[in-house]
Write a protein that binds this ligand. Sequence first.
Ligand code: MN
Length: 363
Amino acid sequence: MNVKLKFEGFEPTEEQLNLLESYISFLKQKHPFKDDVEIHFVMERVGNMTTGQKSKDGVIFILVKDRLNRDVLKTLSHEWVHIYQTSVLKRKNTGDVGGKNEDEANAKSGEDIKRFEYNNPKEEDIIYKPFQTKIEEITNRLNSESPKKLDIISEIKNISIDKLPYEYDSLDKFIDKETMNVHYNKHYKGYVKKLNQELDKIKGKDLDLEQLIKTISKFNQKVKNNGGGAFNHALFWKMLSPKPNKIGEDTITLIKKHFGSFEDFKTEFEEMAKNNFGSGWVWLILTKNNKLKIVTTANQNNPLMNDEPIQGYPILGLDLWEHAYYLRYKNKRDEYISNFWKVVNWGFVEDQLTTRINMNKTK
Ligand code: MN
């Protein structure tokens, strides 16, 4: 195999280049395949990539921005493992969240970076050398006992944008390519961006998004709207899947217990959705007592928000904002609602349900 490296807008130092080369030799040994591969290290996102992306013709794109850190190396492993899966293991090219390929790539890339670091103790120096001054400055500020500590935390953490786990046109049974594109790139990314802008002002970024949602009453309306938008959509993308998939054992058992039958559940969910006036969401939630309920929330509110009248963990949800369906369905919102069932990711629903039931038990 041949490996070609390309740098677009990012110029590695000689040390960084050597590091990359030894990391790639390590990958070649660990996950060998025959195909040639071209790796582009880019400063700006390409297409709808978040941190990395593999194209069908063996080109890997890795977002470096202006740093070459562990995440960058890990992303490289991740995409590399995807090539190994298709070319050596002859698996289908799917990177669905919660799917075998994706889970395996996550696990392997974590192992890779650990193993590589173990064998290359100098890696850390090389990676962090360019940031040495910045790190020293931050360390000094942290040690200075000044109330500036919170500033530093907000500099470090940012709520990130989740990758869309399929193509824009993959859910065509439910929604068209253009709506998905605008919904993901304009609406969802807009919520995340505005949330981060707002958190910058109020120094609240040491929270993760779920924690922020659970304590939403401490924040202002802008954080609530945009935090809800960021959280709801990140969940929503994962609740959908282009692949036909079966409802899980635990899900169907609980649904039958609380709604009588799957048909009764569907009817109630659709009725709640249809009767929701204005912009909002309909949710299947798991309450603290492990009961299933269907609720609607207004605006970008979420049933995990501590100021919602009925609270619980969202297991399945449907976006009822016009921006989610209007291009295709216009005033026929009922059709959008009934087509939703064609793309539900029941595997994700089952995972959420069992995880949350266990979390409720251990509390
Ligand atoms: Mn939306």
